[in-house]
Design a protein around this ligand. Sequence first.
Ligand SMILES: NC(=O)c1ccc[n+]([C@@H]2O[C@H](COP(=O)([O-])OP(=O)(O)OC[C@H]3O[C@@H](n4cnc5c(N)ncnc54)[C@H](OP(=O)(O)O)[C@@H]3O)[C@@H](O)[C@H]2O)c1
Length: 274
Amino acid sequence: MAILITGASAGFGEAMCRTFAAAGYAVIGAARRVEKLNQLAAELGGNFYALQMDVADTQSVRSALDSLPEPFREIDCLINNAGLALGLDAAHEADFADWETMIQTNIVGLAFLTRQVLPQMVARKSGYIMNLGSIAGTYPYPGGNVYGATKAFVRQFSLNLRADLAGTGVRVSNIEPGLCGDTEFSQVRFKGDGERAAKVYEHTQFILPQDIADTALWLYQRPAHMNVNTVEIMPVSQSFGALPVAKNPPPTEKVQDFDKQSTSLFAKIKAWFK
Ligand SMILES: NC(=O)c1ccc[n+]([C@@H]2O[C@H](COP(=O)([O-])OP(=O)(O)OC[C@H]3O[C@@H](n4cnc5c(N)ncnc54)[C@H](OP(=O)(O)O)[C@@H]3O)[C@@H](O)[C@H]2O)c1
């Protein structure tokens, strides 16, 4: 039985591969950059299988799964970690191609791979789907538009899977991290602009990939009768702010017109009941 971890060539995924392999589990690490996976394979030895897979391409997912050799064919735990944010522009200025890539990777890829792996878990009456959501799926922020929305999908999909899998013994969790450094996340978001990416983590203490890997292992090792639905993790340095109120908003005549109409409608309704 193996643990399939997507996004294994960097960040959380790489840390999770090391952590699960060190705990004695057979691990399949999947990503597009096979050379990075091969380095991990050289380090982790026979308990690790490097699987080239583009989760955004359903055909790639199908053929990657079909290519798994015998000791790795039975997947007991799927960690849907591959994902990305692209850009931080306001919705009316963002690049739509970035939106499509995030939707295709974070939503379509995650859903398709889950759909492929679930039947074997249900047939065995045991298994684990562990998703990597984000606090961005719950708390909005400027420029988070489609990225946050894809993670909101992951959050609700995880909960809805629990509903469908009732009585099957298959567990589902959604891990929702906040600011985490030592990953390629911001490099990818800012398309290789290292200076801009570094600023995100300047003068603060962020969560580390190892914190997420330890959490994933802890979840997996809970007793079979116990399901943790959601784990939200932030660095102590990250917290909440007040909701902003825009000053000098645009003219409100239209709103006032509507108020007048609704008042007169309310008066009519009252008159009917006299
Ligand atoms: N870092 C954070 O602050 C943070 C916070 C909350 C949630 N998250 C979420 O946690 C997950 C991992 O993030 P991370 O920080 O570890 O990011 P990362 O360092 O950029 O790693 C992302 C991984 O996803 C893989 N990936 C991206 N697109 C892929 C595709 N189409 N097919 C297969 N693999 C793909 C990348 O591998 P290849 O490029 O080799 O394919 C890479 O291994 C993501 O879902 C992210 O949204 C991150």
